[in-house]
Design a protein around this ligand. Structure first.
Ligand SMILES: [Zn+2]
Length: 314
């Protein structure tokens, strides 16, 4: 039997934070870990240290020119990498490399059979593009994992599930025409929230038509609307039979997040995690990697991420 859930915590990941005044300046890892310890979840996981991605690993998804520009801008910091969401700060390159490298460490351990489930609270940077930062995301750890699954491990049919309040555009568009990337994303309607994409009629292009499921919820939607949408996610996954599953469980979809307007409770995220763990066991031998994603209210993200982790260890 495989070992318990692997959980990644450490200072290099904590350094993935933006300067004071930014919504992502708060110590999210600390808030989560304090709550996990309070709930004794720390006793039920194997804690591992982050690792730093190499430049070659970043190039599995990102362009060389972009990687070098982040490295340059990271020396002095200052200004923005994009049009005003993602500030450059000193040490940004190393911090972003630790998010991507940690995701690859988790992937390698799953593929080696050391575990079936991993949880990386600081991770799931689903807006970063191959050649640009976006929406607080510098390097796209999720897309790097997907490319690595394909190119290094020969795993083709991968499901990407996203319950962060924002649409996972940085995963959706690069794989929009890829029929073996099974995509399911519940988010606040793009007419009301960044990044403005993820409409219900975006179902994949060309040979990939029908492999993508976007389920926008109106501002104010709560658990009832989520549970209905989640049933569609499970149906979609059952139809497409993935071999491997990634979950981005951003806690910014919980009620009270300062940046968004959905009103889910941690019970919604627990339900998603519980049923997805069960589905993973039926569908792909249990292989499931989970990433914390967004969440800008410390109590919410501690509660949301711990609700997910609890389901993963039980
Ligand atoms: Zn988000």
């Amino acid at each position: 039997m495989a070992a318990e859930v692997l959980l990644y915590i450490g200072e290099p990941l904590a350094r993935y934070r933006f300067p004071p005044g930014h919504p992502f300046s708060i110590d999210r890892q600390r808030a989560f870990w304090d709550e996990a310890q309070r709930q004794n979840l720390d006793q039920r996981v194997q804690v591992l240290a982050p690792r730093i991605a190499t430049r070659d690993e970043l190039l599995r998804f990102h362009t060389g020119r972009y990687v070098e520009s982040v490295a340059d801008r990271s020396i002095a910091g200052g200004g923005y990498l994009d049009y005003g969401d993602t500030p450059a700060f000193p040490g940004m390159f190393e911090a972003a490399c630790s998010v991507a490298g940690t995701a690859l460490d988790a992937l390698e351990r799953v593929m080696a059979g050391a575990t079936l489930r991993t949880f990386q609270p600081v991770g799931g940077l689903h807006h970063a593009r191959a050649d640009a930062a976006a929406g607080f995301c510098v390097f796209n750890d999720l897309a790097i994992v997907i490319r690595s699954l394909r190119d290094t491990h020969g795993v083709r049919r991968i499901a990407y599930v996203d319950i962060d309040v924002h649409h996972g555009d940085g995963v959706f568009y690069p794989f929009e025409r890829d029929p073996e990337l099974i995509f399911a994303d519940i988010h606040e309607d793009g007419r009301y929230l960044y990044p403005g994409t993820g409409h219900a009629d975006e179902t994949g292009a060309g040979a990939a038509a029908g492999t993508k499921l976007n389920l926008p919820l109106l501002p104010g939607a709560g658990d009832r609307e989520f549970f209905d949408a989640w049933e569609q996610v499970l149906d979609h996954l059952r139809r497409h039979r993935p071999e491997f599953i990634l979950l981005q469980c951003g806690a910014d979809s919980l009620r009270g997040d300062p940046l968004a307007h959905l009103r889910l409770t941690p019970a919604a995220h627990a339900h998603a995690a519980r049923t997805l763990c069960r589905f993973a066991e039926e569908s792909c031998g249990g292989r499931l990697m989970v990433f914390g994603g967004g969440g800008y209210d410390l109590r919410n993200l501690a509660a949301g991420w711990c609700a997910v982790l609890r389901e993963m260890v039980e």
